[in-house]
Ligand binder design. Structure first.
Ligand code: GLY
Length: 372
């Protein structure tokens, strides 16, 4: 059964379809998008690692719907969110003769979605695109909401555009080939929605999260649907991140600092860094007397129970340093007038934004996390 969640953005509204068998229906669903004629030639930007797994089904389904797919492969990994790959993709799109009414498909995880979405945002000053996310993390987060972009030597996601997709197809079948570590990393973002403002969902995850992770299709569909609903509501309320959308960064300022310190080496996947980062945000909230310790314990217990990290991993060069982490945090996009905006909590499901945390409190928290 397919579930549909809508992102309400006026004339730019779109649906997220969640369910099995969607790759095989991609062509028909794209064809049904609206009355206008989408040019036959349809570029598909795809992560080269998943070409053998998923490209044949998408290609066949597009061909059945009368399209001529042009597959453009990009290397796997964060390194592809670069000017070099962006230029390659844009040149390939122009070589393929794209028009303003061309529909582009992004097939893969967050890297491909962000890169292809940005190419769609700027190619011919903007063409439509469809997200077909094939990882749990991209299905519950990055494919929804229109954040697209690449990295710079100054940091992650610093160059990009808000460009909403016309359709998102989250095919559950693609998750069966996903390594367990990556599935768990995606699950951290699911827990995040509960921790931000859905306490009932968090309680549901405590009881059913493990089932969702180990192949119970009904539980997994529910978890993805709730996550996409949470994200859709947030994006509809604050598309350009003037306020509420920033809550989605719970755990991210800490998490990004850990990832940056580890040079994005894969020692800590993004979702794993978010799990540790959420624990740090809860612990800091407890330290500041804002959050009951029992709520931080609940978060830590649930993340550990499913197998996610809740503490800093060993540092490859032998030492985490508070100063270095603070420097990474200061480079975060969430710095405004030199002050760091943090997402803290008053409990499970009660996240809020603050710019009032003293550096001494932050340092003490980092010190404790390093010592733990
Ligand atoms: N991943 C956070 C956001 O889309 O705002």
């Amino acid at each position: 059964m397919t579930e549909i969640v809508s992102v309400a953005l006026g004339s730019r509204s779109y649906d997220i379809h969640i369910g099995p068998g969607l790759l095989g229906r991609a062509g028909a669903l794209i064809r049904a998008l609206d009355g206008r004629t989408i040019p036959k030639r349809l570029p598909v930007i795809v992560d080269e690692a998943i070409v053998p797994l998923h490209a044949p089904a998408v290609r066949a389904s597009l061909a059945d719907a009368g399209f001529e797919p042009v597959v453009i492969q990009v290397p796997s990994g964060e390194g592809s969110k670069s000017f070099t790959q962006l230029q390659r993709v844009l040149d390939a799109l122009l070589d393929a003769g794209i028009e303003r009414s061309t529909m582009l498909v992004a097939l893969g995880g967050g890297v491909v979605g962000d890169l292809a979405g940005f190419a769609a945002a700027i190619g011919l000053r903007g063409i439509d695109f469809v997200q077909i996310p094939t990882t749990l993390l991209s299905q519950v987060d990055s494919s929804v909401g229109g954040k697209t972009g690449i990295n710079s030597r100054h940091g992650k996601n610093l160059i990009g555009a808000f460009h909403q997709p016309r359709l998102v197809l989250a095919d559950l079948d693609t998750l069966t080939t996903l390594p367990q570590r990556e599935r768990l990393a995606g699950y951290a973002e699911i827990v995040k929605y509960g921790a931000i403002d859905r306490p009932d969902f968090f309680t549901w995850l405590e009881a059913n999260g493990q089932k969702a992770l180990t192949g119970d299709a009904q539980a997994l569909t529910y978890a993805i649907k709730e996550s996409c609903t949470a994200k859709a509501e947030t994006v509809a309320a604050d598309e350009l991140e003037a306020g509420r959308r920033s809550l989605l960064n719970l755990g991210h300022t800490f998490g990004h600092a850990l990832e940056a310190e580890l040079a994005y080496s894969g020692r800590l996947l993004h979702g794993e860094a978010v799990a540790v980062g959420m624990v740090m945000a809860f612990d800091l909230s407890v330290r500041l007397g804002l959050c009951p310790p029992a709520d931080a314990d609940r978060l830590r217990s649930h993340l550990s129970a499913v197998g996610l990290p809740v503490a800093l991993p060993d540092h490859p060069e032998g030492g985490w340093q508070v100063e270095r982490l603070l420097t990474h945090m200061a480079k975060d996009k969430k710095v405004k007038d030199g002050r760091l905006t943090l997402v803290l909590v008053r409990g499970i499901g009660q996240a809020f934004l603050t710019r009032d945390v003293a550096v001494s409190d932050l340092s003490a928290q980092l010190d404790r996390a390093i010592a733990a």
